[in-house]
Design a protein around this ligand. Structure first.
Ligand code: ASP
Ligand code: MG
Length: 414
């Protein structure tokens, strides 16, 4: 007998028919002798609808009341799943965030989970009942309902799995796993059997949006084994595990695990910044004060004039604010021109195999160069190399890199 958490996303919960098939899946795990906790999302589109109501009611809505409204979607699906489980003979009950409780900070709309009380949960499981827990919600100071930020029910599921020491946290979603890259761009993308937490974090943060990034960080910290799989078929999905589980398999011995792309960054260049100590700090301090995340940074070699160009990227959504901050700081920084470009894309190759193998980055540069794709900026970490290129080349770059690193499947997967 194992304790497992099953989490179902919005598309799996969209309508009674689908909830019935979720109930059947849960029943199968129960019949196999497992103790099962289920974490559910709201029906697809429901949370957007509820957020829309809040905005329509008042642009300056009270975030505490926003949480009361938007957490309702999950309350509905948890009750409906408990009803459908009971209807097929599986004892079940819903446990709302405040009932367990799932204690969170009081940062409404983006609360952090502090602790989950497992007493009631454990008693319910031992009593043979399936616990159905609405994702995305918690309670602050024992008093007010909170939500965890959009996509937060993945984090709820991992947190419940950690608290109850579950053997596995299965995340059922509308994709059947994590792929080497976006199959819409590369039809020969392969589904990964296993991926490490770190790789998954890099892949998620650079654009492969399968799980809420926070849930992966939490899984890594708490060592929760997470599986991503489809609720619409019966194939095994992708396991997200620690490094130790990858190293002793020969199946996944590729240097590169996956390739991600992101088109939501903008490039900013400041020309002729004085080449003196403190100059770079004078650029990035005001951006940090404005809570703008700078990603890739390059500083060119100094001109004979004693100045240098500095280029970096920011999220496109923060571009206007960044330009405003930098214009106001022009005198303090002492640059000449402020240039920006939104037609850029960041392409990242990710893989723990990089740690022990040289030449991974140079292959990337060579392959892109051969296709006439110019590299505008580079950033690296231990398990990732990212380059900034012209946006129009995104698909081509991903495709040629996928082939160059031997990731293409024999046949098209989609
Ligand atoms: N229903 C919430 C959302 O749409 C939480 C979730 O589904 O993960 O953001
Ligand atoms: Mg989701």
């Amino acid at each position: 007998m194992a304790r497992i958490v099953m989490k179902f996303g919005g598309t799996s919960m969209a309508g009674i028919e689908r909830i019935r098939s979720v109930a059947e899946r849960v029943k199968r795990e129960v019949d196999a002798g497992n103790q099962v906790m289920v974490v559910v999302s709201a029906m697809a589109g429901e949370t957007d609808r509820l957020v829309g109501f809040c905005r329509e009611a008042s642009t300056l809505y009270d975030p505490r009341e926003y949480d009361v409204v938007v957490s309702a979607g999950e309350q509905i699906t948890s009750g409906l799943l408990a009803i459908t489980l009971q209807a097929i003979g599986v004892p079940a009950r819903s446990w709302l965030g405040w009932q367990l409780p799932i204690q969170t900070s009081d940062k409404h709309g983006k609360a952090q989970i502090d602790a989950i009380d497992t007493d009631a949960l454990a008693a319910s499981l031992d009593g043979g009942s399936v616990a159905v827990i609405p994702g995305f919600q918690g309670v602050a100071d024992g008093a007010r309902v909170t939500t965890l930020g959009r996509g937060g029910s993945d984090t709820s599921a991992v947190a419940v799995a950690a608290a109850i020491k579950a053997e596995r946290c299965d995340i059922y979603t509308d994709v059947d796993g994590v792929y080497t890259t976006d199959p819409r761009i590369v039809p020969r993308a392969r589904k990964l059997q296993k991926v490490t937490y770190e790789e998954m974090l890099e892949l998620a943060s650079v654009g492969a949006k399968v799980l809420q990034t926070r849930s992966v960080s939490l899984a890594m910290k708490e060592k929760v084994r997470v599986q991503v799989l489809s609720s619409f078929d019966d194939k095994p999905g992708t396991m997200i595990v620690g490094d130790d589980e990858i190293e002793d398999t020969t199946m996944e011995s590729h240097l590169i695990t996956g390739i991600a792309y992101a088109k939501n960054e903008a490039k900013i260049t400041l020309t002729q910044v004085p080449d003196r100590p403190g100059a770079v700090a004078s650029i990035f301090a005001p951006l940090a004060d404005a809570a703008i995340n700078v990603d890739m940074i390059i500083q060119n070699i100094a001109h004979s004039t004693g100045s240098t160009d500095v280029t970096f990227t920011v999220p496109s959504a923060d571009l206007a604010r960044s330009l405003d901050v930098l214009e106001k700081a022009q005198e303090a920084i002492g640059y000449k021109d402020l240039v920006h470009d939104t037609k850029v894309a960041k392409i990242s190759i990710v893989g723990v195999g990089m740690r022990t193998n040289a030449g991974v980055a140079s292959t990337m540069f060579k392959v892109l160069g051969e296709r006439g794709i110019n590299i505008q900026a580079i950033a690296t970490s231990e398990i990732k190399v990212s380059v900034l290129i012209e946006e129009d080349y995104t698909e081509l770059a991903v495709r040629v890199l996928h082939t160059a690193y031997g990731l293409d499947a024999e046949e098209e997967t989609v």
